[in-house]
Write a protein that binds this ligand. Structure first.
Ligand SMILES: [Zn+2]
Length: 344
């Protein structure tokens, strides 16, 4: 999760939704507003969700082992801080490798040119084939904040929780051909800014891994096949309140809410709307891919645990992982059977 979004969130009370002019009052939040204004996606706030043709709610509820997912969170965190270029980061890469043995995995490895020099970046993409033509992507970043690299910061919620969730999704997806779209899980790397955003504009210095994936898939034609991009970020908080995000695609968020409602989880979703979150979904939103950022950006009172050494496992709950994991699987199941999907 990007650094200056915290300020942005703190400014929410002070800002009107159209924050561009008022943002100077909130210091670095200005960068977020400008970035939102720059991108074609700010129009999303005005767009109305089309009428959806939803399939009947007659399938079995999804399976998701929340305690196993929680165990993965603990194991990822146990490696210690995992900023890009670190030894611990390598250990987490090997950990994913071990868990995805036998799966179809694409390693997207490249060198990122950052304000602190060159860093190796390693996106891990596990592909689970379906019978339908099209792909649903579920993503999570796994690196920890670079400026905090010499502290005990382990990003239990920010990075580990969602990455563990994806590992459990892989457990549920493997071993059978899906009767639906293919599902690709992406553990993206170098999401966090390298420099404090006081020094480098954050959009110029973050999302290195997922930007690379989006560019590559645009070049090779994969992008056209992607029906939905679902991002999980900071979803392990025991006090789970997933926010609606105005940069996300309204109809896809509506499907997520429908999925949550079918499972009885709706009280954990979308009570609050955040204007213009800049997260890993942005490179896909910009390219016209329906995208939803599932993020609980209220981590502790006034977000006090976010990007601090307080972001530890004791703040999390397996139940929250299960709620978001189940909702993502149910969302995929609804998307599989929606005919037609809304046009891009
Ligand atoms: Zn973060």
């Amino acid at each position: 999760m990007l650094r200056n979004q915290k300020l942005f969130a703190r400014c929410l009370l002070a800002l009107a939704l159209a924050a561009a002019t008022a943002s100077a009052a909130c210091g670095r939040a200005r960068e977020v507003s400008e970035a939102s204004a720059k991108s074609p996606i700010s129009a999303a706030e005005d767009s109305k969700s089309p009428a959806l043709s939803l399939p009947p709610d007659n399938g079995p509820p999804p399976r998701f082992d929340d305690h196993r997912a929680m165990q993965y969170v603990k194991e990822i965190v146990a490696f210690g801080p995992r900023p890009v270029g670190s030894k611990n980061h390598k250990k987490v890469e090997a950990y994913f490798d071990a868990h995805l043995k036998g799966d179809e995995v694409e390693d997207d490895i490249f060198t990122a040119d950052t304000p602190e020099g060159k860093f190796p970046v390693h996106n891990v993409i596990a592909k689970f084939a379906g019978t339908k033509d099209g792909i649903i992507v579920v993503a999570s970043h796994y690196d920890t904040n670079y400026p905090l690299r010499n502290t005990s910061y382990v990003g239990a919620n920010d990075g580990a929780s969602s990455s563990a969730l994806l590992l459990e999704l892989a457990n549920q997806l493997r071993g059978k051909k899906r009767d639906g779209y293919s599902v690709w899980l992406v553990w993206d790397d170098a999401e966090e800014a390298i420099k404090p955003d006081t020094e480098v504009p954050f959009l110029d210095d973050s999302l290195y891994g997922i930007r690379h994936v989006a560019e590559k898939w645009e070049a090779d034609g994969t992008l056209k096949k992607i029906k939905a991009f679902i991002l999980a970020d900071m979803i392990g908080d025991a006090d789970l309140n997933v926010d609606r995000d105005s940069n996300s695609t309204a109809w896809l968020e509506d499907v997520v809410y429908e999925a949550a409602t079918r499972l009885g989880y709706q009280s954990h979703f979308f009570a609050r709307t955040l204007p213009g979150l800049s997260d890993d979904h942005i490179p896909f939103v910009k390219r016209g891919v329906p995208s939803a950022d599932l993020i609980d950006f209220d981590y502790g009172y006034n977000d006090v645990f976010w990007h601090t050494t307080q972001d530890t496992v004791d703040k999390l709950s397996p139940k929250s992982l299960g709620i978001v994991g189940g909702t993502i699987l149910e969302t995929i199941s609804i998307l599989d059977r929606m005919n037609p999907l809304p046009p891009r």
